[in-house]
Design a protein around this ligand. Structure first.
Ligand code: NAD
Ligand code: UDP
Length: 320
């Protein structure tokens, strides 16, 4: 990494795309806390200024309104590419833009990394496995993805981004890192985000019906945001030559009925469960095999679903 004399300190500069979003804002916090200079780039499609407002007065933090589908030039040492809506209702709102964000965004950020000889980390997703027939999912599983469904703009966009990352590595020797993130939750998720954890908690706190899609027996693994950010930082600092992709998630597996039960119990809510149609191509099961992350990064999640939900519920109470 280049060390720059900025007048008062030698500070490497980080670029976080999607930095005003849920995960990106926590990452900016941790980078600033670690003493780095941080550029947060966001077009505010799903991100919120509120998430990074507390950083705006910090001289090491810089906010840039920009869409990653257009080229961006700045001198940076490392790039964390997190720009992309992650919640199904949001990424399906403008599916063409979602694919462009993943694909053109990856090309623009990889081009920047190539020019600067900067290391670049891609926030990929468990969605690359689609509706998996291998369980739990290991990184060598190629997935079961519908290329023409409602989720494809996100799933195939992220798959193509992984392809681009590996081609820039093979063709141009770009220093790449890829993590495949499994469902992550915590404070700063948008209360109307549409994802299951925020939906269930807000519904429970407002005394509204809890919307279970399908029969609620589909499973997901939920990782608390602090655990996830630990893994992101470890992956970025991992030795050259280890590019991933590496699964990052909490291997605890819960059905949506079990999740609803936990949320009701922890909020003390008497909301009723109601059953709604299962969205198209909704994966039936999801659970990461994190052996690679344990071995290569020495990482495993520490925060239980119950503890993480308590923190998240406390945050969402602020919206009532
Ligand atoms: P989020 O929607 O809160 O954050 C995404 C951010 O990207 C937002 O601030 C949004 O405004 C910004 N953005 C979207 N399109 C953009 C564009 N074209 N140009 C610039 N900025 C743009 O979602 P999140 O949960 O924080 O997810 C962050 C990243 O992590 C995404 O790439 C997502 O695919 C990935 N991921 C998240 C999860 C999860 O469970 N949270 C799981 C797998 C992968
Ligand atoms: N889900 C649900 N009720 C909701 C929102 C989501 O039952 O109000 C289900 C959804 O069908 C899926 C699971 O919860 O099976 C996780 O959905 P989410 O949108 O959080 O993430 P993803 O499907 O991308 O893993």
């Amino acid at each position: 990494m280049i060390k720059r004399d900025r007048g008062y300190a030698l500070v490497p500069r980080m670029l976080v795309t999607g930095g005003a979003g849920f995960l990106g804002s926590h990452l900016c916090d941790r980078l600033i806390k670690a003493g780095f200079d941080c550029i947060c780039l966001d077009n505010f499609f799903t991100g919120q200024k509120k998430n990074i407002a507390h950083l705006l007065k910090n001289p090491f933090f810089e906010l840039v309104r920009h869409d990653v589908t257009f080229p961006y030039y700045a001198e940076v040492d490392r790039i964390y590419n997190f720009a992309c809506p992650a919640s199904p209702p949001h990424y399906q709102y403008d599916p063409v833009q979602t694919t462009k964000t993943s694909v053109h965004g990856a090309i623009n950020m990889l081009g920047l990394a190539k020019r600067l000889h900067a290391r670049i980390l891609q926030a990929s997703t468990s969605e690359v496995y689609g509706d998996p027939v291998v369980h739990p999912q290991t990184e060598d599983y190629w997935g079961n993805v519908n290329p023409i469904g409602l989720r494809s703009c996100y799933d195939e966009g992220k798959r193509c981004a992984e392809t681009l990352f590996f081609d820039y590595y093979r063709q141009n020797n770009v220093d790449i890192k890829i993590i495949r993130i499994f469902n992550t939750y915590g404070p700063r998720m948008h209360p109307d985000d549409g994802r299951v954890v925020s939906n269930f908690i807000m519904q429970a706190l407002r005394g509204e019906d809890i919307t279970i899609y399908g029969n609620g027996e589909q499973t997901r693994s939920f990782c608390y945001v602090d655990d996830l950010i630990d893994a992101v930082l470890l992956m970025m600092d991992s030795p050259a030559g280890f590019s991933g992709p590496v699964n990052i998630g909490n291997p605890g597996e819960f059905s949506m009925l079990e999740l609803a039960d936990k949320v009701l119990c922890l909020t003390g809510s008497s909301s009723k469960l109601v059953f709604r149609a299962l969205p198209q191509d909704d994966p039936k099961q999801r659970k990461p095999d994190i052996t690679l992350a344990r071995n290569e990064l020495g990482w495993s999640p520490k925060i239980s679903l119950e503890d993480g939900l308590k923190e998240t519920i406390a945050y969402f109470r602020g919206f009532l």
